[in-house]
Design a binder for this molecule. Structure first.
Ligand SMILES: *[C@@H]1O[C@H](CO)[C@@H](O)[C@H](O)[C@H]1NC(C)=O
Ligand SMILES: *[C@@H]1O[C@H](CO)[C@@H](O)[C@H](O)[C@H]1NC(C)=O
Ligand SMILES: CC(=O)N[C@H]1CO[C@H](CO)[C@@H](O)[C@@H]1O
Length: 377
């Protein structure tokens, strides 16, 4: 029986436990935020990214709302801020504008979508698709002399409209290309502090593929159609009438030994979350895209299987069967997980943080005269 006096005896303990719990949650979110991903950026913006922004909002609110633990560095009010105005919100997708501060502690960056900040902004960000081929969607007033206009695009040239007027207009490029002024990745690998143990998630499927944009003319579709004659491929996504929510994605993909990380088009440096997410989930990606060498510019050569390494889809299928039967061989593709961790990037806000950082540290005058030949060749 609980008497009033024993209740009051326990109350301090209860309060301590609650406080500790809150603190641990806070610490966890602060130190190890879950990677955010954008997948199938054009087609499933609404679903996948609502998830992203909700999580981010929760994270940053919890951090901001409680500074009593002294974990958050207070903004130095005398420090000059760098202002980046996102002129057209990418895909209309709202985001947590405090992200740069909460995630990277960049309290000197102000990311805004408020067009009234035009004359104060150090840089303007323009998302290519949202220009909609019409430069009248861009500011029409004289640009402040110091202001840099940034062209932002994460889609490949095949899926980006090339239109007149893009040349002699922007100052900087923010893009997945390594030679962009501000390179923006879909994901990246970072070395872990200490070697860690990797536990293989339980696997119930052999090869999986999730596709929302199924196009019979894509190189990837042709490859898949031949591959499935020789090996069972479990298919998901709107392309197959099986919608996959962001929450289901991890469950499905981690349960597959292999995942078809087939890009929608083949371009240098164009390696998307289609590879990084399976990598992060402990699934071996089978890639179709740029060359093996180019993949190896970003991730270890033994972390993926490249379709180009096989004479035919049948040969690839035979090899996957071999790996399926031999755990030693299969696990070699996951050895790197002891040493590296995969980070996803939050679309579009994380790229905006990078852009802001760039504006802050690089004060050079720059004009980009030939965007069209650089991007579309
Ligand atoms: C699996 O592959 C390894 C390395 O090639 C080999 O030494 C081993 O005998 C194979 N195991 C089986 C069961 O085939
Ligand atoms: C930005 O590029 C435009 C167009 O080329 C140019 O007129 C302008 O002077 C450049 N501004 C800066 C700050 O580099
Ligand atoms: C800004 C804010 O909501 N801060 C809260 C942090 O937590 C303390 C209690 O631990 C509250 O009193 C504050 O209001």
């Amino acid at each position: 029986m609980t008497t009033p006096s024993s209740q009051s005896k326990f109350r301090p303990i209860l309060v301590t436990v609650l406080l500790l719990g809150g603190f641990m949650t806070f610490l966890f979110m602060y130190i190890k935020p879950s990677p955010q991903w954008l997948y199938e950026p054009v087609k499933s913006v609404v679903c996948s990214d609502q998830f992203t922004s909700t999580t981010e909002q929760v994270t940053s609110k919890s951090i901001q709302s409680n500074t009593t633990n002294g974990q958050v560095t207070p903004a130095k009010s005398d420090e000059k801020k760098t202002i980046l105005l996102v002129w057209l919100v990418p895909f209309g997708q709202q985001n947590d504008l405090n992200f740069c501060k909460s995630r990277f502690n960049m309290d000197y960056c102000i990311i805004t979508t408020d067009k009234n900040m035009y004359s104060k902004a150090d840089g303007l960000l323009f998302h290519h698709r949202d220009i909609r081929g019409d430069l009248s969607n861009l500011p029409q007033t004289q640009r402040p002399p110091y202001q840099k206009w940034i062209w932002f695009n994460m889609e490949s040239p095949t899926h980006s409209g090339n239109f007149a007027g893009l040349d002699n207009f922007f100052n900087l490029t923010l893009n997945y290309h390594r030679d962009a002024d501000i390179p923006a990745r879909y994901g990246y690998l970072v070395k872990t502090q200490n070697e860690k143990k990797f536990e293989l998630p339980s696997k119930s499927k052999l090869v999986c593929w999730i596709v929302s944009n199924y196009n019979p003319n894509h190189a990837r579709t042709k490859y898949y159609n031949e591959l499935r004659q020789h090996i069972e491929v479990s298919t998901f996504g709107r392309g197959f009438g099986r919608y996959v929510s962001d929450g289901d994605y991890a469950n499905i993909v981690s349960g597959c030994k292999f995942y078809l990380s087939f890009e929608n088009s083949i371009h240098k440096d164009y390696i998307t979350e289609k590879m990084y997410r399976p990598l992060s989930l402990g699934t071996v990606p089978v890639v179709l895209g740029t060359s093996r060498q180019n993949y190896e510019d970003f991730v270890p050569g033994d972390s993926f299987i490249h379709t180009n390494d096989f004479k035919s889809p049948k040969e690839l299928a035979d090899y996957l069967h071999v790996l399926d039967k031999n755990d030693t061989l299969y696990m070699r593709y996951l050895d790197w997980k002891k040493l590296y961790e995969v980070k996803g990037t939050a679309f579009w806000i994380e790229h905006a943080c990078r852009a802001c950082e760039y504006l802050r540290t690089d004060n050079e005058y720059k004009a980009f005269r030939s965007l069209r030949s650089w991007y579309w060749g």
